[in-house]
Design a protein around this ligand. Structure first.
Ligand SMILES: CC(C)(COP(=O)(O)OP(=O)(O)OC[C@H]1O[C@@H](n2cnc3c(N)ncnc32)[C@H](O)[C@@H]1OP(=O)(O)O)[C@@H](O)C(=O)NCCC(=O)NCCS
Length: 173
């Protein structure tokens, strides 16, 4: 089922609701050791298939989820980003997540994704707040959170590793 959130456009990128057709691009990212170093390590095709199945199910249940972003000029695959329901310390949260292919790092694209997703989360979905978390030493990701307006809240354990949790609140609430 399509809905009006299926396409998410930013200044430099076009985001498409994740679908089966993105499997090859997801495999490319999930096999890249540079990208996956901070995301639990490279993943096999089978693990990517599982990730994709969960992402499709998330869209069906919640009406939003992960988008695949590509350049508006040229169409190259830039990365994936989105909003995902998670439970942290027993509490339901919506996580804002992002990952960018290494050849596109350091030109502000993750920040552009994060800002677009935060606007969508607040203005179109009406969420009260979103969280983002990363390994404590992932300074690039922490910087993206800060540039997108998030504030550090607390340390958490995620997948058995120490992470820092940041939060951004809906300014209209
Ligand atoms: C983290 C990641 C998303 C950043 O993407 P990006 O498009 O390069 O991010 P941006 O260009 O928007 O911003 C990166 C910021 O971090 C800074 N930065 C990058 N590497 C850094 C490092 N090693 N130490 C400190 N700051 C660093 C950049 O200088 C930039 O800040 P600035 O604009 O103030 O100069 C990207 O590196 C990535 O996909 N990594 C692998 C997956 C991942 O870690 N995802 C996040 C998990 S929560």
């Amino acid at each position: 089922m399509r809905n009006d959130l299926d396409i998410l456009t930013t200044g430099r990128m076009a985001g498409e609701r994740i679908s089966e057709s993105h499997f090859a691009e997801l495999c490319l990212m999930n096999r890249d050791a540079r990208v996956m170093a901070t995301l639990g390590g490279v993943r096999s095709s089978e693990q990517t298939r599982d990730f994709l199945a969960k992402a499709l199910e998330h869209w069906r249940r919640h009406g939003y989820g992960i988008w695949i972003f590509r350049e508006r000029d040229g169409g190259r695959f830039v990365g994936r980003a989105g909003l995902r329901h998670v439970e942290i310390g027993g509490a339901p949260e919506v996580e804002l997540l992002y990952a960018v292919m290494a050849e596109f790092w350091r030109v502000g694209l993750a920040t552009e994704m994060a800002r677009a997703l935060a606007n969508l989360a607040f203005e179109r979905i009406g969420l009260e707040s979103v969280v983002a978390f990363t390994l404590s030493d992932n300074l690039a990701s922490r910087r993206v959170m800060e540039k997108a307006g998030f504030s550090y809240e607390r340390d958490i354990a995620w997948a058995g590793l120490r992470h820092v949790l940041y939060r951004l609140r809906n300014p209209a609430r």
